[in-house]
Write a protein that binds this ligand. Structure first.
Ligand code: 5GP
Length: 204
C-alpha cells in the first residue's frame, strides 16, 4: 500500500523596510512571477484608503473600533500600531495557505515582523533598503499623500526601522527596480525550488 500523501507547508516570507522604499511594488512583482505558488497576504488597517485604493485589494479597511474587536477575537497573526494607525495580518489566510503548501508574503513593519518571527521562527526575513536616506526622504516627500504631520512621523519611523535590518536574513537595496526584482527573484526561486524537490508528489 502506498504511504499516505503528505502536504508540506509553504514558506512564510516577511518583507519589511521603511515607508517609501518600494516594498509593495517589489512584492507585487514577485507574486505575479511566482503565481500561484506564492500568494500575498492582504492586511487589515484602520488607516483611511488613499486615492485609488480599493477595499480588499491593497488592504481591508476598517475603523479603529472594528480593528480592536478583531484583536479581541484573536483574528490577527500579528498586528502593530504604525504611523498612528492599526495594521494587522489576518491569521486565517496565512495558516490556510501555508497548510495548503503555498508560500505567503507578508509586507509588514518591523514590529510585526519581530512578532511573526516568534510565532514562525522558520520565516524567511527580507529587508528592503533604500540606496541612501536622502533618496528615501525624497521618495517619501514625492509621494506625499499624507498630512505634513504624518509625513514627519514616517520619516522618523524610517530612521528607526533601518536599525532593524540586522534581524533580517536578506537585505536587498532598491536602487534600480529591475535589479532589486532580480535579486528578490533569486531568493524566492531558491526556496520555491527547494520546496518542489522536498514535496512528495500528491496522490490524486
Ligand atoms: P502604508 O500605510 O504606507 O500602506 O503602510 C505603512 C506600513 O505598515 C508599511 O511599513 C507596511 O509594511 C506596514 N504594514 C502593512 N500591513 C501591515 C500588517 O499587517 N502588519 C504590520 N505590522 N505592518 C503592516
Amino acid at each position: 500500500m502506498n504511504a499516505p500523501a503528505t502536504t508540506r507547508k509553504g514558506y512564510l516570507f516577511i518583507v519589511s523596510g521603511p515607508s517609501g522604499v518600494g516594498k509593495t511594488v517589489l512584492c507585487n512583482a514577485i507574486v505575479s512571477k511566482f503565481a500561484p505558488d506564492v500568494v500575498y497576504s492582504i492586511s487589515t488597517t484602520s488607516r483611511a484608503p488613499r486615492g485609488g485604493e480599493t477595499n480588499g485589494q491593497e488592504y481591508f479597511f476598517c475603523t479603529a473600533e472594528e480593528f480592536e474587536k478583531d484583536i479581541g477575537r484573536n483574528e490577527f497573526a500579528e498586528w502593530a500600531f504604525v504611523h498612528g494607525n492599526y495594521y494587522g495580518t489576518p491569521r486565517r489566510f496565512v495558516t490556510d495557505n501555508l497548510d495548503a503548501g503555498k508560500h505567503v508574503i507578508l509586507n509588514i513593519d518591523v514590529q510585526g515582523a519581530m512578532k511573526i518571527r516568534e510565532a514562525y521562527p522558520e520565516s524567511i526575513m527580507i529587508f528592503i533598503l533604500p540606496p541612501t536616506f536622502d533618496a528615501l526622504e525624497s521618495r517619501i516627500r514625492k509621494r506625499n499623500m499624507d498630512s505634513e504631520h504624518s509625513l514627519r512621523h514616517r520619516l522618523e519611523n524610517a530612521r528607526k526601522e533601518l536599525d532593524y535590518r540586522e534581524h533580517y536574513k536578506y537585505t536587498v537595496i532598491n536602487d534600480n527596480l529591475d535589479a532589486a526584482i532580480n535579486e528578490l527573484t533569486d531568493i524566492f526561486t531558491g526556496y520555491v525550488q527547494r520546496r518542489q524537490v522536498e514535496q512528495p508528489a500528491l496522490a490524486k
